[in-house]
Ligand binder design. Structure first.
Ligand code: AMP
Ligand code: FE
Ligand code: FE
Ligand code: ZN
Length: 289
């Protein structure tokens, strides 16, 4: 390890704060992780790095190692793909421009969803802004929180199962780069790209194997296999790919504070895999306590 520094497990490398759609400050997320016994953590807010400084300070003051991260929005045809990126250069111009474009488009998209819901329910853009942290990456969870505040649903989960469900007709997508380009951008910024929750229910929602092979050729480092949303069938398929290409496998909680039942440390990443991520990511460094 550089400078003889060494992280310690257990490690949870997928956590969200109010910088995107988590419900807690970055510092509070670090406290929650620490209280669950974690020793190494990453903050992976959607399409932003704005929580890194606060999280690094809080994590290290609690004796934890901090890995800078992000969950980059990407796309493959109709599929929304989430790409975890670790230890990339936050000032890389190409990646930065893309992150800004995604965040900007998310605002217009959320406004359109809210306008459309507002025709049928008492919901305004101001309601949503009240639920969204200053400068945070806006998402459907903030609309869900506004629906809860209005008393229209009881929880985020209920909002996603009812009014926000695509079958209700209010859904709209937002701009996101093709996953090939997303991988290229993360690699060019010195980061280690790992596909988040790669195999959600519904076989067709998993990216096709030939595409995954292509992404591996472009520098995709691994898959987040231990995540509550993955299916057993999908994991079996991806494990074969992992063995064939000696890929990184991670496990994480995808904690969103009160926004989801997921708790820090419910899945963890093996030390050997954290080591490989640290060796691979050259755009920024872990912050040690
Ligand atoms: P968006 O990126 O705006 O399309 O919103 C997707 C986000 O919504 C994901 O990152 C999840 O954090 C969150 N989400 C999706 N389904 C649910 C659910 N059932 N309950 C709570 N949060 C959810
Ligand atoms: Fe999220
Ligand atoms: Fe995700
Ligand atoms: Zn996430």
């Amino acid at each position: 390890m550089a400078g003889g520094r060494r992280f310690e497990g257990p490690s949870d490398l997928h956590l969200h704060s109010v910088h995107s759609d988590g419900t807690e400050s970055a510092a509070r997320v670090m406290t929650a992780a620490h209280s669950r016994g974690l020793r190494t953590v990453a903050l992976t807010d959607h399409d932003t790095t704005s929580g890194w400084a606060e999280a690094a300070e809080a994590a290290t003051s609690l004796g934890m190692t901090f890995l800078p991260g992000m969950e980059l929005s990407a796309r493959n045809e109709w599929r929304s793909v989430h790409l975890l990126a670790y230890l990339f250069d936050p000032d890389d111009p190409g990646l930065r421009a893309e992150m800004e474009r995604i965040r900007d488009d998310r605002v217009g998209r959320a406004e359109r969803i809210v306008r459309s819901i507002g025709r049928d329910y008492p919901l305004t853009w101001e309601d949503v802004m009240e639920q969204t942290g200053d400068g945070a990456t806006v998402g459907r969870p903030h609309i869900a929180d506004a629906l809860v505040a209005r008393g229209l649903v009881g929880s985020r989960g209920e909002a996603f199962d009812t009014i926000l469900h695509p079958r209700e007709g209010y859904y709209e997508g937002h701009y996101a780069p093709d996953v090939e380009r997303a991988v290229d951008l993360v690699v060019a910024a010195g980061g280690a790209p790992v596909v988040a929750h790669p195999t959600p229910s519904g076989r067709a929602r998993m990216m096709p194997l030939p595409l995954l092979e292509q992404l591996i050729g472009r520098g995709l480092a691994g898959f987040e296999l231990d995540h509550r949303e993955n299916t057993e069938e999908g994991k079996r398929i991806l494990r074969r790919l992992v063995d064939k290409h000696d890929l990184i496998v991670t496990g994480s909680s995808d904690y969103h504070g009160l926004g989801k039942p997921n708790v820090p440390g419910e899945n963890t990443t093996r030390d050997e895999m954290v080591e490989r991520i640290i060796a691979l990511g050259t755009g920024s460094r872990p912050v040690y306590p």
